[in-house]
Ligand binder design. Sequence first.
Ligand code: AMP
Ligand code: MG
Length: 330
Amino acid sequence: MTKSSLALLFWICLAVPVHAADAADVTRSRVEYVMGTMLEVRVAAADSTTAGVALDTAFAVVHRLDSTLSNYRSDSEISRMAASAPAPVPVSDDTFEFVRRSLELAELSGGAFDPTVGSLVAMWGFYSGDYRIPAEADLERARASVGYRRVRLDERAQTVALDSGVIFDPGGAGKGFALERAQARLEAMGVRSFYFDFGGQVYRQGSDTVGIAVRHPRADTVSVTEVYFASGSVATSGDYERYFEMDGVRYAHVIDPRTGRPVVNRYAVSVFAPDPWMADVLSTALYVLGSDAGATLLEHFPGVGAMYLSHDGAGWYAGADSTWRALESR
Ligand code: AMP
Ligand code: MG
């Protein structure tokens, strides 16, 4: 997309067509607050009873994962890992799998994505809302508790052990993981047409190709582009969800674990992936890495495309790889 067409789109609000159903199906939808954001679920099923049960099931899965993975709840498995550190903590199948896969991505991304970033997220005030630019000595102290090698998994005992002081932050991938688990339950029920919008991350499955709008980082009712697909997920990591500004600099909630500082001037990175876990984890990783190192990481993920939305003083512009560009044409 050129600068001028992007500027034009800035002023156009696009309606997002989202059909999850075949003609004969019954569609049901519901919105609830979970994992700190709004989750909208639409399902299509052969009859209204099945559709209703499917909705209940999808929300039950996400609420359950919220209570096990949240680092805002002191009784969650993730919080118990930190409270018991450095002792190993037995965890559920889901938590073990979540931690294992998060660490895999941390390794693959060279530590750009790193779920042990919690001490730094706390230091900048993103948990409490008490935002501040930390002193160098405080940053150094927090960085000493960050690093994916400070987590040990015991596959046979199904335990996780954190080094003392490590805070495991599920925020970069929790929503995508929950969507993946919800999909598995819907699949088991025979429900194959659905649409999720989880705080901006869309995951749909259907037989028809539809356009999914990607919002502008400075205006949530304005779309910068649309991508067309029948099944898959689009996640965006941006500097507009949780941030503060100081001396003209916007500090947002994604932190580069290698520097200890929020990534600045990245605006928004959107990722399309066949599955929602991948879209979520990779959008956070690419937000830290930027487009060049990001492209190298994506060589491991065929079928995944990315768009970086940036601003250079003259205007907004979008840079995208060929996989993403192909999705932009109907
Ligand atoms: P997302 O919106 O999916 O990109 O996730 C952002 C959230 O991930 C932040 O609010 C933090 O909770 C967490 N986070 C911040 N920096 C990182 C990082 N480098 N790697 C993994 N998670 C992070
Ligand atoms: Mg993410």
